[in-house]
Design a protein around this ligand. Structure first.
Ligand code: SAH
Length: 267
């Protein structure tokens, strides 16, 4: 009898959907994970199935399989959030999609910022977590973020470079490994070299650096290098850089190079 049990569960999901549709709408901000479907959590898959509308940047909206009766709307950021909240106010269940985790350099904070406006204050907003790129990248080489670590976005599109530089100095000065999101784009080219030069003021030239591109996709590439040998030119917007600390070590294992940041200090 056990196999039939799951068959009984299926219709109850569609009942749940009908009930939800009759209720007030809501905005659910979900993260699809970094690049591979297997890294999208079952919870996010469920939310996507239940949504009446999928909203977000086209790259992310395109990662969501089309469903009958569901609308897909690809938009630009500023506009997306107000539109999603407006749709929810009118009873829609809107899933706003990001890559990775929605709370890490993505849509969740932006939605919550807009949602504080009096006209949206009655609209429920939920944030559903996802795996962030730093976790996926770190796992490919071992555990470079195995102890205290930071995450920083190198984009000076939303914050002045002064701030970025201050934070890099704080992280390197505190001897913490850190993951670098948004390191470069086609137009934004000098920041990665600046990052390397700043870190070299604090850390030794043989500090491990991980350069990982499109992890989880079929274009994945991952390389382990050092601060001295790190070539900023190879970095693009699909790349993440992880900079080690003085406690980050690497060695050759039977299946490739391994990098880890020790959880121990001294003896
Ligand atoms: N919310 C996302 C991050 C968005 S910022 C998350 O939590 O992962 C976009 C940046 O994330 C990219 O510029 C890149 O630095 C990094 N990134 C996202 N997916 C990646 C992947 N599959 N491989 C390597 N880096 C990735």
């Amino acid at each position: 009898a056990i196999p039939y049990f799951s068959v009984i569960v299926v219709p109850s999901t569609s009942v749940g959907r009908r009930v939800a549709e009759e209720h007030k709408g809501e905005v659910v901000v979900v993260g699809l994970g970094p690049g591979a479907d297997k890294w999208t959590t079952p919870e996010v898959v469920e939310e996507l199935a239940r949504a009446t509308d999928i909203v977000g940047y086209s790259t992310y909206v395109n990662r969501v399989a089309e469903r009958a009766g569901q609308r897909s709307i690809a938009t630009k950021e500023a506009f997306t959030n107000a539109m999603a909240l407006d749709m929810a106010k009118r009873g829609r269940r809107v899933a706003v999609v990001s890559s990775g985790d929605p709370g890490v350099f993505a849509m969740a904070a932006a939605v919550l910022e807009v949602a504080d406006d009096p006209q949206w204050r009655e609209v429920p907003v939920r944030i559903v977590p996802g795996m962030t790129a730093a976790q996926a990248v770190a796992s490919r080489v071992g555990a470079p973020l195995g102890h205290d670590f930071g995450m920083v976005s190198l984009s000076d599109r939303l914050k002045p470079w002064d701030q970025v530089e201050k934070r890099i100095r704080a992280l390197a000065g505190a001897d913490m490994a850190f993951a670098v999101y948004n390191p470069a784009s086609k137009e934004r080219r000098w920041q990665v070299a600046a990052l390397r030069d700043i870190v070299l003021e604090y850390q030794s030239p043989d500090t491990p650096v991980i350069v990982a591109r499109a992890v989880g996709s079929d274009q994945e590439s991952v390389a382990v290098t050092t601060l001295a040998e790190f070539d900023p030119e190879v970095v693009d917007m699909r790349t993440m850089v992880i900079v080690g600390a003085s406690t980050t070590a690497s060695y050759e294992g039977p299946n490739g190079v391994r990098v880890f940041t020790s959880r121990r200090y001294g003896e």
